[in-house]
Ligand binder design. Structure first.
Ligand code: PMP
Length: 332
C-alpha cells in the first residue's frame, strides 16, 4: 500500500465567503473559495471535490462496498482524483485515477504526491473505457461522481446550508458551472427550500476543449450525468472558454493591490484566510470560477439582477494549477 500522508478530514467544508466586487454587476456578489478544503495538507490541491470524495467514500464504506484493502478507481480530469487519492490513501485504500493525457500535469502530480497512481488515457473518450476496464480487471470500486447520489447530497447537506447561513438568508441567486452537475444540483435543492432563490447553471460552450473540470464527453454517460438535474434549474447558460479566462484575468487585475473582503471566515481564522488568499502574491482563481463570474455578468447584461440581489458563486479551485492552458496569457 502507498504511504499515506496525514489528512485532517475536519478541514473539509465550512469554507469562507468572500465579497467580490464586479464593475458590471449592480448587486452584491459573494464567492465560496473551495480550495480551502484540506488547505493545510502539505500537497495542496484542495478543491470543491474534497467534499464529494469524503461523502462518496463514506457512503461506500457504509454500504460495505469497500474492503479494508480495496482498490478505488475513478476517471477524473483531476480534482476528484486528487481528493479521492488524498482521502482514500489516508483511509488505507489503494487509489488509481484514470486521467486523459490533456488533463493538468499539476493534478497528476498532486495525485501521485498523495500516494495514488495515475493511469493516463489518450483522451476523454478513452478515459471512460479504460476506467471501466480497470474496475473489471482489478475487481475495483468506482465511486463514479457522475452517478453517485452522495455527490449532490453533500452539497445539499453542507455547501447550500453554509451559503444560507453565511449570507444570513439573504442569498437570491446561486450561479455555478456543471461538470458532474453535483454542485449546482445539490446547492440548488438546499436553497430552493426557501422558495424564492434563483438557481442558474452554466455549461461549457466548447465541451471537448472547453473550461477545465466542465468538459464531459458528448454521446457518453458523462454527457448527461445522472446526478445533474438540469430540469430543476431556473436557467442554464452556455459560457465560452474565452469569457471564463477573461473574467479570471479581470478578477486578478481588480485585486492586484488589495484583497477581497472576507465576509465570513467559515471554519478558518481570518489571518490564515488572508495568508492563503494571496499565497502566490496574487488572487488567482481557476477557469471555472471565471466562468461563474462570466455567467453572473451575462445575467446582469440581460437585466436579470437588481440592486437588492445577493449572488453567490463557487470558486471551485485555484488558478495556480493551470500552467497547461493559456489562462493567464495576454492573448485575450
Ligand atoms: N470546476 C472545477 C475546476 C471542477 O473540477 C469541477 C468538477 N469536475 C467543477 C467546476 C464542476 O463541479 P460539479 O462536478 O459539481 O458540477
Amino acid at each position: 500500500m502507498a504511504d499515506a500522508p496525514p489528512v485532517d478530514e475536519s478541514h473539509i467544508g465550512e469554507t469562507p465567503l468572500l465579497r467580490v466586487e464586479h464593475p458590471d454587476v449592480p448587486c452584491e456578489v459573494y464567492a465560496k473559495p473551495e480550495w480551502y478544503n484540506l488547505h493545510a495538507h502539505p500537497y495542496g490541491g484542495g478543491s470543491v471535490k474534497s467534499r464529494i470524495a469524503r461523502s462518496m467514500l463514506d457512503a461506500a464504506a457504509a454500504a460495505d462496498d469497500l474492503n479494508d484493502d480495496a482498490l478505488v478507481v475513478e476517471p477524473s480530469s483531476g480534482n476528484t482524483g486528487t481528493a479521492l487519492a488524498r482521502l482514500g490513501v489516508a483511509r488505507g485504500y489503494d487509489v488509481e485515477i484514470v486521467m486523459p493525457a490533456e488533463a493538468p500535469v499539476e493534478k497528476a502530480e498532486a495525485i501521485r504526491a498523495a500516494g495514488g497512481t495515475v493511469t493516463v488515457a489518450p483522451d476523454y473518450e478513452t478515459m471512460l473505457a479504460v476506467a471501466d476496464r480497470r474496475v473489471t480487471e482489478a475487481d475495483a470500486y468506482m465511486p463514479d461522481q457522475y452517478a453517485n447520489p452522495a455527490n449532490p447530497a453533500v452539497h445539499e447537506r453542507t455547501t447550500g446550508p453554509e451559503i444560507r447561513a453565511q449570507t444570513a438568508e439573504r442569498v437570491t441567486h446561486f450561479v455555478a458551472g456543471a461538470g458532474s452537475g453535483g454542485t449546482v444540483t445539490g446547492v440548488g435543492r438546499a436553497l430552493r427550500e426557501r422558495g424564492d432563490v434563483t438557481v442558474v447553471g452554466y455549461e461549457p460552450a466548447e465541451p471537448r476543449h472547453g473550461i477545465d473540470g466542465l468538459k464531459y464527453v458528448r454521446g457518453s454517460r458523462y454527457h448527461d450525468p445522472a446526478v445533474y438535474a438540469a430540469d430543476e434549474l431556473d436557467a442554464v447558460l452556455s459560457i465560452s472558454t474565452a469569457d471564463a479566462y477573461y473574467e479570471a484575468r479581470r478578477l486578478r487585475e481588480r485585486y492586484a493591490e488589495r484583497d477581497p473582503e472576507i465576509h465570513d471566515t467559515g471554519q478558518y481564522d481570518a489571518a490564515l484566510v488572508r495568508e492563503h488568499l494571496r499565497a502566490d502574491g496574487e488572487f488567482l482563481v481557476g477557469p471555472s470560477s471565471g466562468g461563474a463570474l462570466a455567467a453572473v455578468t451575462r445575467l446582469a447584461d440581460h437585466g436579470d439582477l437588481g440592486s437588492d440581489d445577493v449572488v453567490v458563486v463557487p470558486f471551485p479551485d485555484r488558478g495556480d494549477r493551470y500552467a497547461h492552458v493559456p489562462l493567464w496569457d495576454d492573448y485575450l
